[in-house]
Design a protein around this ligand. Structure first.
Ligand code: SF4
Length: 358
């Protein structure tokens, strides 16, 4: 495989495998490694700055465990890119639990037009019961995240730059719509991305049906809101709209998304836990220390420790969940596109989707 021929439009940099929290459902191992500047830049030069671009813009996502634990690296990377002559717009997103923040960070975020994807469950009892600090399990983690959202807004970060990674876990499936309403109505945060957590508890058919009902309510609510000029942006739905409008293939995921870990491994990605073990092995395609993509050994160093979990079937339901969402998203995306040809608010919604993503 010649990666130079691949078009990488989205790059995930796992800048650290350290985190300040110890969430109940988290299955990743804290190996406390920090990505180096040299590694990040080698990768960014190779795959982002010097490759072709078939979309309007490219994205760099700063992931971690908790990326703000390595904010100095993020700063160095962005300062480096700012000195380059880019041939296309580049957008930055930091995916965070938003419990580590200060004024210096806010200033930098604002000046560099950085978006945040903030992991949130919804109401206090759902968020705080599962999201726990390593050092003090009694601290109300939702209060801290909400206080930091306020600080960001006060510091001049516009609301559309604050995306919510809306967590979906088996435990609270029947409260999905209620939590969604809390985020969009009470917190007035209208940009969401679904984070489906494949945890150690197996889903039953009832869970799956609960999820379908709740997702259905959410998606219908979004449509209803558009007709009232209240716009809620849901990542998967909005990408489906764009895929339809621009005829982008959704299938060749290797062509546009890559991940880099502090140990120099590149993979595409173990978050795809619905893949078989053999398929997951293939997702690590290269180690940047080596010269070619051939003969790469699979390492499960960062993968969830599935073996230690009782009765855990990794991702059994994931494929069904995604399939259901894809089918419904497609149906709804077609409706929104059709109505945008006749109704002003739907047209405005689509124009905004293009603006935010492309
Ligand atoms: S914040 Fe994320 S990485 Fe950290 S413990 Fe929670 S789920 Fe895991």
């Amino acid at each position: 495989m010649n990666m130079k021929d691949k078009v990488i439009n989205k790059l995930k940099l796992f800048v650290t495998t350290d985190c300040n929290m110890s969430c109940k459902y988290c299955m990743i191992k804290n190996t406390n490694e920090y990505m180096t500047f040299d590694l990040a830049i080698k990768w960014i030069n190779y795959f982002i700055l010097n490759t072709k671009n078939d979309w309007n813009k490219k994205f760099i996502y700063f992931f971690g465990w908790e990326p703000f634990k390595n904010f100095n690296l993020i700063k160095k990377i962005i300062n480096y890119i700012n000195l380059q002559k880019l041939k296309f717009p580049l957008e930055y997103v930091i995916c965070t639990n938003l419990t580590i923040l200060n004024n210096e960070y806010i200033f930098f975020l604002k000046n560099n037009n950085i978006k945040l994807s903030i992991s949130l469950w919804g109401y206090w009892k759902y968020h705080t019961s599962h999201r726990i600090f390593k050092t003090n399990s009694n601290v109300n983690s939702l209060n801290i995240t909400l206080k930091n959202i306020k600080l960001l807004k006060k510091g001049g970060i516009q609301t559309y730059k604050l995306w919510i990674g809306f967590v979906i876990l088996k435990d609270f499936l029947d409260m999905l719509f209620t939590n969604f309403i809390y985020i969009v109505e009470v917190l007035s945060l209208c940009h969401l991305n679904f984070e489906i957590i494949i945890d150690k508890k197996e889903w039953s058919m009832d869970d799956y049906n609960n999820f379908k009902n709740e997702y259905n309510k959410i998606i219908r609510y979004i449509i209803c809101c558009i007709s009232k000029k209240k716009y809620i942006y849901l990542n998967n739905l909005n990408w489906t709209i764009l895929f339809l409008l621009y005829d982008i293939s959704k299938n060749d995921k290797l062509s546009y998304l890559a991940e880099l870990y502090p140990n120099w491994n590149i993979m595409f990605s173990w978050f795809n836990t619905y893949l078989s073990t053999e398929e997951i092995k293939k997702t690590i395609v290269w180690n940047l220390n080596k010269d070619s993509f051939i003969d790469v050994n699979y390492s499960d160093k960062y993968a969830p420790d599935f073996n230690s979990l009782e009765n855990f079937k990794p991702g059994v339901w994931y494929r069904f969940i995604k399939d259901f969402m894809n089918v419904l998203d497609l149906e709804i995306a077609k409706i929104i596109i059709k109505r945008s040809k006749e109704e002003l608010y739907f047209k405005e919604y689509i124009d905004n989707v293009k603006k935010y993503y492309f």
